[in-house]
Design a protein around this ligand. Structure first.
Ligand code: NAP
Ligand code: ZN
Length: 350
């Protein structure tokens, strides 16, 4: 079937309306009428081919929420009218050891991304949520239990939420732990809310003086403006865990210096250009670690959505029209988002 979408035809081209094809639902497929789609910095990296390898036309969007409008004959867990979400993955091999453990994000044969992933569907690569409708295997569809009026603000949980929740859980963040969240954008503002809800002493690191009060309102116990060397120094050697969400290359030593013995700095930001090589001294004298993490598995994504519903957590969003995607990207590059743009997909029809 033909549906309307917003996409780009080359790295240096603006977004434009497009007609795309979605497959008819197969026996295990769920067809979703998309209500809202969050705008992730990964969408920008991909649309502008900052990581290379972008296939065009490119239709990003992996923070999808909406209503089920059809299901295949074998689908048991979803029915027409259900409120559901789709995150960064729409498929994986389902037979490797990672998939068997519910860690589809580490699928040894490569998970299929919601956009720019390999598919038999036209045009040969997946097309994401900046569109009216999507058809997805039921294994990759999430249930949303938040109240209906919060739906737009739930969308960012599908990527920004799980990408911060998963490492916070894996590294056992909770009461008695001092936790830093670096970069108060889409991911970072969710990281602050989640670390706070998990009971950790949460410190927000921002380059933006203007986000100081906001970060406290989001749930941070303390805020550090990272450009201020004196403020940074006060926290040297005190952190159990630091989650770094910054979307640009920067000096990681500024953060490894803040770790205590056996502390971990986890990188989730994926900048276009590599970070300068870190200083080994900050690691060996404290047995400290630099690690990475990518999104989360489907079971953990459902756990995160349920945790957020139970704790009344949603993203802080600014709603935009599909026609405003380019302007939103330009603002995102400047760190000027409070704190996630979400597309009202009803505007895609024009
Ligand atoms: P975002 O909303 O643009 O937030 C990034 C924040 O980083 C900015 O708001 C800013 O916060 C800070 N920052 C500091 N210096 C910056 C600079 N020179 N350029 C850009 N940002 C700077 O981005 P996001 O959607 O949260 O994504 C962050 C990164 O995570 C991206 O690289 C994205 O591709 C990646 N990502 C990774 C995963 C994963 O699974 N690992 C998943 C999703 C996204 P302050 O103003 O507070 O300094
Ligand atoms: Zn994302």
């Amino acid at each position: 079937m033909t549906v309307k979408a917003y996409g780009t035809r080359a790295a240096d081209q603006p977004f434009e309306p497009m007609d795309i094809q979605r497959r008819a639902p197969g026996p295990h497929d769920v067809q979703i009428d998309i209500a809202y789609c969050g705008v992730c910095h990964s969408d920008l990296h991909t649309a502008r081919s900052e990581w290379g390898g972008t296939l065009y036309p490119c239709i990003p969007g992996h923070e999808i929420v909406g209503q089920v409008s059809a299901v295949g004959a074998e689908v048991r867990d979803f029915k027409v009218g259900d409120t559901v979400g789709v995150g960064c993955m729409v498929d994986s091999c389902q037979h490797c050891s990672a998939c068997a453990e519910g860690l589809e994000q580490f699928c040894e044969n490569g998970f299929v991304g919601t956009y720019n992933g390999a598919t038999k569907d036209a045009p040969g690569h997946t097309l994401g949520g900046y569109s009216q409708r999507v058809v997805v295997s039921d294994k990759f569809v999430l249930k949303i239990r938040h109240p209906r009026e919060q739906l737009a603000a739930v969308a960012p949980l599908l990527c920004a939420g799980i990408t911060t929740y998963s490492p916070l859980r894996h590294w056992k963040v909770g009461p008695g732990k001092k936790v830093g969240i670096v970069g108060i954008g889409g991911l970072g503002h969710m990281g602050v809310k989640l670390a706070h809800a998990m009971g950790a002493h949460t410190v927000a690191f921002t380059t933006s003086e203007g986000k100081r009060q906001d970060a406290l309102d989001l749930g941070a116990d303390e805020v550090v403006v990272s450009r201020n060397a004196e403020e940074m120094k006060r926290h040297a050697g005190t952190f159990d865990f630091i989650l770094n969400t910054v979307a640009a290359s920067h000096d990681l030593d500024a953060y490894t210096r803040l770790l205590r013995r056996d502390g971990t700095l986890v990188l989730v930001g994926v900048p276009e250009h590599p970070h300068p090589s870190p200083n080994v001294g900050n690691l060996i004298f404290k047995r400290a670690a630099i690690a990475g993490s990518i999104i989360g598995g489907i079971a953990e994504t459902q756990e995160m959505l349920d945790f957020c519903a139970d704790h009344g957590i949603v993203a802080d969003i600014e709603m935009i029209k599909a026609q405003d995607i380019d302007a939103a990207y330009d603002r995102m590059v400047k760190g000027d988002v409070k704190y996630r743009f979400v597309i009202d997909n009803a505007t895609i029809a024009g």
